[in-house]
Structures are given as structure tokens and as C-alpha cells.
Design a binder for this molecule. Sequence first.
Ligand SMILES: *Cc1c(COP(=O)(O)O)cnc(C)c1O
Length: 382
Amino acid sequence: MNRCHSHDKLLFTPGPLTTSSTVKQAMLQDLGSRDTGFIQCVQDIRDGLLKVAGTSQAQGYECVIIQGSGTFAVESVISSALPPEGKLLILINGAYGARIAQISSILGISYCLLESAENVLPDLEILRATLTENTDISHVAAVHCETTTGLLNPVAEIGRIVKEAGRTFIVDAMSSFGGIPIDMNEFPADFLISSANKCIEGVPGFAFVLARHEALQKARYARSLSLDLYAQWRGLEENGQFRFTPPTHALLAFLQALSELQDEGGMPARHQRYEANHFELIAGMTALGFSCYLPTHLRSPIITSFRYPDHTCFDFTAFYNRLNELGHVIYPGKVSSADCFRIGTIGRIFVADVLALIAAIKQAGCDCGFMGDDGIIIQEVN
Ligand SMILES: *Cc1c(COP(=O)(O)O)cnc(C)c1O
């Protein structure tokens, strides 16, 4: 018996996430990469993703699938789209924005930063002025939902400023695409990046880029063979095949996940379910005495950061392990300036699951000694 196997736990994380049993079952098939059924599956996924985003090839958009996790696709876009003489302006208010800077630095791409604290939105007037004053900036990158905290950046407004200034706009919509409605026809992004194991509720194995056709045509500056976005697209267009081994099982699961997204009512319905999860979580956690890191207007329904309770008995690892034993997986924090942990509300989870999580948190809090029998965080008096 596989020692890793256990009864399915509920994942309250930013991905991989809890998936439906039908998505998992779709993987019980071995297909060759040249199988006509498989090639059709890939085409259906590419068309389906554009459709989810309200657009199509006929409307001037393309979908490119890249093997690997989400970061591979971010790296593919940055390394293929930036010309040698180009310069990337990166908006940073969390770890994922910082990761784009790290990618650029390793690739030797020149870049500059517009940084704000992890609980502060970028200053759009400074953005406008920076683009006016620095004519060498050719591309701008921003993160939609900063999964570090759950903060939602105003990417549509950022994009309008970037497009008015005539620059190329790259959006990391990894944790939001599928869970927060995005219509590519109104959304001013040239490249939008997301992955299989986030809000579409597939399993890990690949990421994808939705790109404006003209922008993709120009993305021929690959600095890597396997992450060459343009060559990957040309390959998929020419014969429907991947240049290198495709994650066949993950793609089969994803096609099923896309059909379940449609059955649920598309992005608006999924957004509503995630919001219901998120509001139930906040109500439950607040009643237990926890407080949110972000103010209400900056939060997203994707993931929520909670501050560590101010109690000597609180130890995140012990709390996490106890919750894990109770079948609920939460996530450590990533905020650099405050002690937080995170709870995701995306994936195949519903309000009833969130209520079960709250009950488990109460149990774990009592067992760890920072909550009283009433299930409320004990206020220590010094
Ligand atoms: C998940 C995520 C990524 C990609 O992470 P991987 O571990 O490479 O899949 C990138 N950006 C954001 C905002 C994310 O949430």
C-alpha cells in the first residue's frame, strides 16, 4: 500500500486544490501524445479557455499551453516577449510580483520596479508618470490576485494606463482566472497567464497563456528552448502537438474541469461560490477571535490572510498539524512584515466545507491551548 495514500483531505490552499472525483477519474486513461483523441482534447482546451475569457481566435486571441507549473509560463512570457533592448516595469506588492523581478534578473532582462507594501495598492499616478518619463520601458507586468496576502490589484485600470501609454501589458492572473470574471475583450492585457491547478480546478502539470495575436507574433526573443512561447504556439498550431512530452493525464483532467466550470454556470457562478466560501470563512474566523491582515476593500475571494493570535500557546506548526490530522489543510503565511497564516477558499469546496473547517479550527485551537472551551481565542492578561 502506498504510504502517502490517505483519505482525501480538504485543501484550503492556493493550489494544488481540492478537485472533484470526476476530474480525478478523467485521468484513468493512457493516451499517446499523437492520438487523435488527445489532439482533439488539446484543441478543445485551447478553444475552451478562450471561450471562458469571452473571446476566440477569430477575435484575435491565442491560447498557448506550457508544460510545468505556473512559474514556467510566467518565465516563458517574460523570456520570449522582452526584446534585448526592452525594459520591464514590474508592479510589486507581494511575493509573486517579486518573483517576476527574480526571473528578469536571472535572464539578464533590464527592469525597474514600482513597489508598495503588501497591504497597499500601486499608485496609478506614479505609474502614469513613470511611463511618461521613462520612454525605454517597453513592457509592464502586474499580478492580479497577489496570493501572498489575497490582495486584488486593479489590473484593468493598470492595463488601461499601460495601453494608453502604448506599452505591452503582462498579467499574472494565476490565482484568479476562472474564479474572478475576466473578459479578454475588455481586459487590456496582451499576455494573461494562469495554470491548471487554480480556479479552473484541474490538477497540476501545465500552465497557459492567453495572448493577443499581434503581441504573440512579436514574442520571438526566446532565451530558452523549452520555454519558447512563440515556438510552442507555432507547434500547437501546426499539428496540434506539443514540442515535448505533454502532461496527457493532467490535460484529460483539465478538459473535464472546464466542462464542470461550464456546468456550474461559468466564471460568474464560480465567483459567487468562492465569495460565499470567503464570507462564511471571515464570519466564522472573526467569531473565533481571529483578525484579517488586509482591510475589507483589498480582499479577494481566493485566499485570506489571518494574523497569528496573540497567545503564548499559539504555534503555527502545531496548529497546522492538528488541523491536518482532522482532515483540513491550511497554508502558511508569506507576508514579510506580519505573522500570518492563509486559508484558501478556491477548489471543489463549498460553504458546508468551510463550516466544517471552522469547527475543526475550534477543535485544534482548544487542543493547542490557545482557545477556551467556548471555542474563542483566550485573551491573555499580563
Ligand atoms: C500559484 C501562483 C503562481 C505560480 O506558482 P507555481 O508554484 O509555479 O504554480 C504565480 N503567481 C501567482 C499569483 C500564483 O498564485
